[in-house]
Design a protein around this ligand. Structure first.
Ligand code: GLU
Length: 423
């Protein structure tokens, strides 16, 4: 297939994604005419986002929304505010959403958006203006039946509320289903904020059971203490695992007897990061990868597990809370070393699964209890883990390739059955 003219495909997260597709291709011989569909996004929009800063000056930010694949339903995926956002990254993240929705069999395609900005440098008013202008720039391609954004790194429920309000203003009526991860008062779902971390934990329980690891007393190391890492940490702590190391933007804390996660959240709220927390020692960030642990949870950004780090990791189970944390070379090394990697496209799918529940609740205007939501989430995640595990066993392949086999089969069958217009 011809390379994309507008992107360097030989590096970055998109390159990692293409390698993952190459690895699944041999298992999809019967659909091979369609596989190139997955190697390019259906639609990619780049927008200029000018805003008036609080001091009266005008600044321009780069914004993106990429709809990777819409064969199985509307686009779905978060919006990231981060200084490293670029087209390459957003394309990869949108593609991983396509795969993720299909692994869980949610009726969505994959999409992702982002603005190249460090949100911590903006005031609340500037952040709101940025969000509203960005929403208005991508407004013609999003919608409850077209493409439904959600939170990601650097965005939260307040940002989703502004997106909902801006989009609704343009339509002339309140459209709650245009975005998920909203505040509960605006049609958000109970359980959504904790859903991704909860999904990581469920995958951990399922993986541990299958490899014969007792969770109680096991050692867990977590990179990232945001929405995903903090909830996963709490659930493992609650199950009497010992969270021995946590890394965030302030540094890495360590206690071989286990960190008191019940108090860590409050500390982070107050001091803005994990460093300095009681009864822990600070270790160098790079030493995090040498920590003696049974379970490792990368829950920050992509491209964290390099070949060099993969050779040092002690954990036997790796739970990918982040999107794309592992380079393909590192994947091979870890598998060679007998590690079990629960890939991002299932491991962090708890978030989009409860986003799906939120969208269904918004459309039907009928809301469920948190217990119902958690129960449905647990059911879907356990079922998907079962399918992925069985597919891996049957095909003698990794869990990542197994997840891709299941997902790509569903996506490409939809492509085939819809046919290529105009035929
Ligand atoms: N940003 C999250 C993810 O990467 C959630 C996406 C969603 O809920 O649509 O899966």
């Amino acid at each position: 297939m011809d390379k994309l003219s507008y992107l360097n495909e030989s590096s970055g997260a998109w390159h990692t994604y293409l390698k993952q597709i190459d690895r699944v291709a041999p298992y999809l011989e019967h659909l091979k005419e369609y596989i190139d569909t997955l190697k390019r996004p259906k639609r990619a929009l780049i927008v200029d986002v000018p805003i008036v800063m609080d001091d009266g000056s005008i600044r321009h930010f780069e914004g993106f929304r990429v709809q990777h694949n819409l064969s199985r339903g509307p686009g779905k995926g978060g919006i990231r505010y981060h200084p490293d956002v670029d087209l390459n990254e957003v394309m990869a993240l949108s593609a991983w959403m396509t795969i993720k929705s299909a692994v869980l069999n949610l009726p969505f395609g994959g999409a992702k958006g982002g603005v190249r900005v460090d949100p911590s440098t903006l005031s609340a008013r500037e952040l709101e203006r940025l969000t509203r202008r960005y929403t208005s720039e991508i407004g013609h391609i999003i919608g409850p039946q077209k493409d439904i954004p959600a939170p990601d790194v650097g965005t939260n429920q307040h940002v989703m509320g502004w997106i909902m309000d801006t989009y609704s203003s343009s339509q002339g009526y309140t459209v709650t289903g245009v975005v998920t991860g909203k505040p509960v008062h605006l049609g958000g779902s109970l359980g959504r904020i904790k859903a991704t971390g909860r999904g990581v934990y469920i995958c951990g329980v399922e993986a541990a059971k299958r490899v014969g690891l007792e969770l109680k007393g096991s050692k867990v190391a977590i990179q990232g203490y945001g929405n995903v890492g903090s909830e996963a940490a709490f659930l493992f702590y609650d199950a009497q695992a010992m969270v021995v190391a946590v890394q965030d933007h302030t540094g890495t804390i360590y206690n071989r007897e286990g960190i008191d996660i019940s108090k860590l959240n409050e500390y982070v709220q107050q001091f803005g990061g994990v460093c300095g927390f009681e009864n822990t020692e600070n270790i160098a960030n790079e030493e995090f990868w040498d920590v003696d642990a049974d379970i490792l949870i990368p829950a920050a950004l992509e491209g964290q597990i390099t070949a060099h780090r993969a050779n040092r990791i002690k954990a036997s189970i790796i739970l990918e809370g982040a999107n794309g944390p592992t380079y393909p070379e590192a994947d091979d090394i870890l598998i060679e070393r007998g590690k079990t990697i629960v890939p991002d496209v299932i491991c962090n799918a708890g978030g989009v699964t409860v986003s799906y529940f939120e969208w269904v609740q918004d459309i039907s205007s009928f809301f469920w209890s948190e217990a119902e939501i958690n129960h449905k989430l647990d059911d879907l995640m356990v079922k998907a883990m079962d399918e992925v595990w069985n597919t891996a066993t049957k095909n003698h392949c990794t869990l990542r390739t197994a997840a891709y086999i299941l997902a790509c089969e569903r996506i490409l069958t939809a492509r085939k059955e819809r046919g290529i217009f105009p035929g």
